[in-house]
Design a protein around this ligand. Structure first.
Ligand code: SF4
Length: 269
């Protein structure tokens, strides 16, 4: 009997102790499992990303790029910028005033202004208050008037009253950024620069000529593919194309000179 009782006790202890062992084993396993679970997403992300199935536009060949600019040149051999100016200084001032404003609006104001102030010295003599009166129809005119006076002072103090000829020097002037420098270098000094405004940015991206998320990317992309012989006027051809044909909301693809070459999937021809 005693034997039977001992055997039963032993069995009970075994039964009771099993969960403890199991718990221990589980505890031992847990960190391993945790590690496995942690490792899982890493393994997933380590897989190579699937390629987008959207068809990628065919890259432009050098012959096609040349063809585009030959067509632009044939249609408009001497394209002109639309900002009115009399010399490099008035061009610089007009470009500074044109930020977030239309060329036509700037021209209306500067026609009278440049009659009295077409040099840095005359601009300083006019003074900020009177300058504001001339340009008050242009957006952000207070800030722009302050910049024009400050840049006139700097031109006299640091550059002998002349508009400098390097990008870095122009960019050092109050109110002048990379686009301003590119316009001035191109239009006043004939440099092969590419100023990217909203129109050039749109055309570069839509056509696929120079896709880019920033104006600088588009600028460098265009500079890379446009043959040198077209670079003097390329900026104006692209601006005019964006302003009058490849319009932001309703591009006029049916009359577009390059509609057969354009890579935009949404073109309407
Ligand atoms: S085809 Fe249309 S989208 Fe392409 S460049 Fe011409 S106007 Fe712009």
């Amino acid at each position: 009997m005693a034997k039977i009782i001992r055997a039963q006790r032993a069995k009970k202890t075994q039964v009771r102790s099993l969960p403890k062992k199991a718990a221990k084993a589980k505890a031992k396993l847990k960190p391993k499992l945790k590690a496995k679970l942690k490792a899982k997403p890493q393994a997933k992300s380590a897989r190579p990303a699937r390629k987008s199935r959207a068809p990628q536009p065919k890259p432009w060949t050098p012959e096609e790029v040349r063809e585009v600019f030959e067509r632009f040149r044939k249609a408009n051999p001497e394209p002109r910028g639309e900002l009115e100016h009399l010399n490099p200084f008035t061009l610089l001032v007009a470009v500074v005033l044109s930020a977030q404003a239309t060329d036509a609006g700037v021209n209306r104001a500067t026609r009278e202004l440049f009659k009295v102030a077409d040099t840095p010295q005359k601009m300083l003599e006019l003074g900020e208050e009177k300058l504001r009166d001339y340009i008050k129809t242009i957006g952000l005119y207070r800030n722009k008037a302050r910049n024009v006076i400050a840049l006139s002072q700097k031109l006299i103090a640091d550059f002998g009253g002349e508009v400098p000829r390097t990008r870095a020097e122009i960019e050092s002037l109050p109110g002048a950024g990379r686009k301003t420098a590119n316009v001035v270098l191109n239009m006043a000094y004939g440099e092969h620069t590419m100023a990217v405004d909203t129109h050039v940015f749109r055309v570069g991206n839509r056509t696929g000529l120079a896709p880019g998320k920033t104006p600088l990317e588009v600028e460098l992309g265009l500079e890379k593919i446009i043959p040198s012989e077209f670079m003097l006027h390329a900026h104006h051809w692209l601006i005019l194309h964006g302003r009058y044909t490849c319009l932001a909301r309703k591009p006029r693809c049916e009359v577009c000179l390059i509609n057969d070459l354009c890579r935009w999937p949404e073109k309407t021809v």
